[in-house]
Write a protein that binds this ligand. Structure first.
Ligand SMILES: [Zn+2]
Length: 369
């Protein structure tokens, strides 16, 4: 077996835990934040910079890689690891989320999701079987099943039908898998209905995937609602398997997600807001492009050990952003990625030391937006 997950420490007064997830490309210490490399690159960062930020695993997006350069080309290159020269673990999503975001350009049936390319209008069909075939060509360590990310808001009837189809698709993905060196994760849906979330978690758990993900959260619902759904789901999902909260990565949600027993997170926010000139800090965000930083010769964050904070000032980075210099996006991406990974390292340390609750209280007390 190429995969194993071991819970190492449990927090006494929450569901937080630390663990080790073993994959064919190395071990991952959890809870973990996974930077997103949509098009086989974490935008504006070299692999060396991603490693320096402390990344243990990155994401690739199946939809984008299927479109360009195409999964057959990546197979020919020897898989995604070799194509992008990243030899640590990679997780690929199913492409479902991007397809469903196409709106008018896609149509959902029991068979799968038919859609038109956002690039050239060509027609395609993502079935559960097709998605597994693409992810096997990419050769990621962890692949995700095809699901429907239920929109918010959605009525009970729609949510239930969508959830049941997601369960059938999960089973079809499992049956379609041919490689045994990739772990397939199931995805829990169920919208914002606690009883549907519970049912979905039970059904997905029954399918006995190597890990379980929680999808369809952080889609516009208020945070307390997301936390309520999370609590319902992590009470049902098996303890001995990794849990992955998809597409969630603001600092407050990371802390609160860990407190509810989540082990893995990913988010595009870190690098996306970097390109817009925003830095993540303990209290929330620092909009570096604002005039107030024009003559601020301090680093973004005095306590940060990243390359940008060790070498450059807010004033310099603001100048780069204001003049649309590529380096500005790179420096802020390095900082935001390191900031988030360092937060996860700190969280792991506090769980191990038995001080997670104090840390959580203090962190949430200082965090704004
Ligand atoms: Zn920094």
């Amino acid at each position: 077996m190429n995969f194993s997950f071991q819970v190492e420490t449990r927090d006494k007064s929450s569901k937080a835990r630390t663990g080790v997830l073993k994959t064919p490309h190395g071990e991952i210490r959890t809870p973990v934040f996974m930077p997103v490399g949509t098009q086989a690159t974490v935008k504006a960062m070299t692999n060396e910079q991603i490693l320096d930020a402390g990344a243990q695993i990155i994401l690739g997006n199946t939809y984008h890689l299927y479109m360009r350069p195409g999964h057959e080309l990546i197979r020919e290159a020897g898989g995604l690891h070799r194509f992008m020269n990243w030899d640590k673990p990679i997780l690929t999503d199913s492409g479902g989320f991007q397809v469903f975001s196409l709106g008018e350009l896609r149509k959902l049936t029991e068979e799968g999701a038919a859609f038109q390319s956002h690039i050239d209008g060509s027609r395609h069909l993502f079935t559960p079987e097709k998605v597994v075939e693409i992810e096997e060509a990419l050769g990621s360590d962890i692949m995700m099943v095809l699901d429907e990310c239920t929109p918010y808001p959605a009525d009970h009837e729609y949510t239930e039908h969508s959830m049941e189809r997601t369960h059938r698709w999960a089973k079809r993905c499992k049956d379609a898998q041919t490689r045994d060196d990739q772990a397939l994760f199931g995805i829990v849906q169920g919208g914002m209905y606690p009883e549907l979330r519970k049912k979905s978690a039970e059904e997905i758990a029954k399918l006995d995937f190597i890990g379980n993900a929680i999808g369809g959260l952080s889609v516009g619902e208020p945070k307390p609602m997301m936390y309520e759904m999370l609590d319902v789901v992590t009470d049902v999902l098996p303890e001995e398997k990794p849990r992955y909260l998809m597409g969630v990565g603001t600092a407050d949600c990371l802390v609160e997600g860990v407190a509810r027993g989540v082990d893995m997170f990913d988010c595009v926010l870190q690098t996306r807001i970097a390109r817009n000139g925003t830095a993540l800090v303990r209290s929330g965000k620092l909009v570096i492009r604002n005039a107030e930083y024009a003559k601020d010769f301090r680093p973004i964050d005095e306590a940060c050990d990243c390359y940008a904070c060790r070498n450059h000032t807010r004033a310099y980075i603001r100048h780069l952003i204001k003049t649309n210099e590529i380096l500005g996006a790179t420096l802020l991406s390095i900082h935001n990625t390191r900031f988030t990974i360092r937060l996860m390292e700190e969280i792991r340390g506090h769980i191990e030391a038995g001080t997670f609750q104090e840390f959580r209280r203090e962190f949430m007390g200082n965090f704004r937006i």
